[in-house]
Design a protein around this ligand. Structure first.
Ligand code: SF4
Length: 342
C-alpha cells in the first residue's frame, strides 16, 4: 500500500475554561495535561514535521491550544522550512494579546520559511462562549496586509451553515470590500471580502443530542459528502483528493502518546520514550490486518463485515461520525476481530 500526504495532529493541551455546551473533550479538561517537549520529543517531532511527505502539521488540543503557546512556538522552532502549519483555536484572548500572539507566530514562521493557517472556531457553541470574539479583528488584520506567512480560515463543528454564515458576515461588515458567502461544496463555504477569500469548513456533529436540529447530516450523508469532495471512497487516514494516495493521520496527545486518529485504542508509543518515523508508522499499518483494512477498504464496506449490523447502526446513529464510530466499535473486541478478519 502506498501512503503519502500525511497529516500530523499535535494536541498540546487539555486545559480549557471556555465551557462550550458541546465539547468532544470535556472529560479530559480536569486531567490538565500540557505538552512539554523533552529531548526525545523534540527529536521525534523534528523528524516527523520535516519529512517531505507531510502535507500539514495541525496544532490543536483536547483543550484550547492558546493555553500552551510556549509548546506551539517551540514546535514551530523545530521546522527546517517549507512546513504548512495550522492552529485550531477559539481565539478567546483579548484582541491586544491575540495580536501579540499573531505577531510572534508570524515572526517565527518568517524566520523559518513556513506558513500557518489560523482556523478560528465559528460555530454557535464557541461563539456564544467567547467574550473577545476574534473573527472580525482577525479579518481586519488579514486584510490590512498582503497575504503573508499567517493566514486565516473559519471552521464549524456542525453543519449549521445559517448560523456561521450570518455570524461571519456580521463580523466582516465593517471590513473594506463588500463581504459575501459563496457555497463551495457540501462541507465548505468561502467568505469573500474584496479580492480576498477565506475558507469555511463544516464538520458533522459528533454525538448529537436530541436537541440538535434534524438537518444535520447523518453518518452516511457525511461520508457521501466527504467522498464527493475527495472523488474517492472514504477510508481512515489522511484524505487526499483522487488520484493522490491517502496518507497517515497521526495524533500526538498532550502526554506524548501517539496514535492514529480514530484508532486511539491502539497505543503506538510515546514521543518522549520511543522513536518514530513515517516509514516505521507506515510499516506498522501495512503489517497489521486491522489497520491495513481501515486504511484500504472503503469504510462503509469495512463496517459491513460486522455481523451485528443492528448494533453498528445504533452506535453509528449515536456518534454520527466515522472516526468516533471506530472508537466505539473498539469497545467491542468481537466486532474488531470481524473488522480485521480475512
Ligand atoms: S473551546 Fe474547544 S476545548 Fe474548550 S470547551 Fe469549547 S470545544 Fe471544548
Amino acid at each position: 500500500m502506498e501512503l503519502s500526504g500525511h497529516l500530523l495532529y499535535i494536541d498540546i493541551t487539555q486545559i480549557c475554561g471556555i465551557g462550550c455546551s458541546f465539547c468532544m473533550y470535556a472529560d479530559r479538561h480536569s486531567l490538565g495535561a500540557q505538552l512539554e517537549l523533552s529531548e526525545q520529543g523534540r527529536h521525534n517531532l523534528a523528524r516527523l514535521i520535516n519529512h517531505p511527505s507531510v502535507k500539514r502539521v495541525s496544532i490543536s488540543g483536547e483543550g484550547e491550544p492558546l493555553n500552551n503557546v510556549a509548546a506551539f512556538h517551540a514546535i514551530l522552532g523545530l521546522s527546517r522550512g517549507g512546513v504548512a502549519f495550522e492552529f485550531i483555536t477559539s481565539g478567546f484572548l483579548p484582541h491586544d494579546r491575540l495580536n501579540r500572539f499573531y505577531d510572534k507566530t508570524e515572526a517565527i514562521l518568517q524566520a523559518h520559511g513556513d506558513t500557518c493557517n489560523i482556523r478560528l472556531s465559528s460555530d454557535s457553541y464557541h461563539v456564544e462562549k467567547i467574550r473577545h470574539r476574534p473573527h472580525g479583528a482577525s479579518l481586519r488584520r488579514a486584510l490590512a496586509a498582503a497575504q503573508g506567512a499567517l493566514s486565516f480560515s473559519f471552521r464549524s463543528v456542525d453543519t449549521d451553515r445559517a448560523f456561521t454564515r450570518g455570524y461571519l458576515l456580521r463580523e466582516a461588515a465593517d471590513c473594506p470590500g463588500k463581504p459575501r458567502i459563496v457555497e463551495a461544496g457540501p462541507l465548505a463555504d468561502q467568505l469573500v471580502v474584496g479580492d480576498r477569500t477565506f475558507a469555511i469548513d463544516y464538520k458533522n456533529h459528533v454525538h448529537p443530542g436530541a436537541e440538535v436540529a434534524t438537518e444535520r447530516l447523518d453518518l452516511h450523508a457525511y461520508i457521501a459528502a466527504i467522498e464527493a469532495r475527495t472523488g474517492k471512497r472514504f477510508t481512515l487516514g489522511s484524505l487526499n483528493p483522487a488520484p493522490l494516495h491517502n496518507g497517515l493521520d497521526v495524533t500526538v496527545k498532550p502526554d506524548g502518546a501517539v496514535a492514529l486518529y480514530g484508532i486511539e485504542y491502539l497505543a503506538l508509543g510515546n514521543i518522549h520514550a520511543d522513536s518514530f518515523s513515517w516509514e516505521a508508522l507506515a510499516g506498522r499499518v501495512a503489517g497489521d490486518p486491522l489497520l491495513h483494512r481501515l486504511h484500504t477498504t472503503p469504510f462503509l464496506d469495512a463496517i459491513a463485515r460486522i455481523d451485528d449490523q443492528d448494533a453498528v447502526r445504533a452506535l453509528a446513529s449515536t456518534v454520527n461520525n466515522p472516526y468516533w464510530l471506530v472508537k466505539e466499535i473498539a469497545k467491542h473486541p468481537g466486532m474488531m476481530q470481524q473488522l480485521a478478519a480475512k
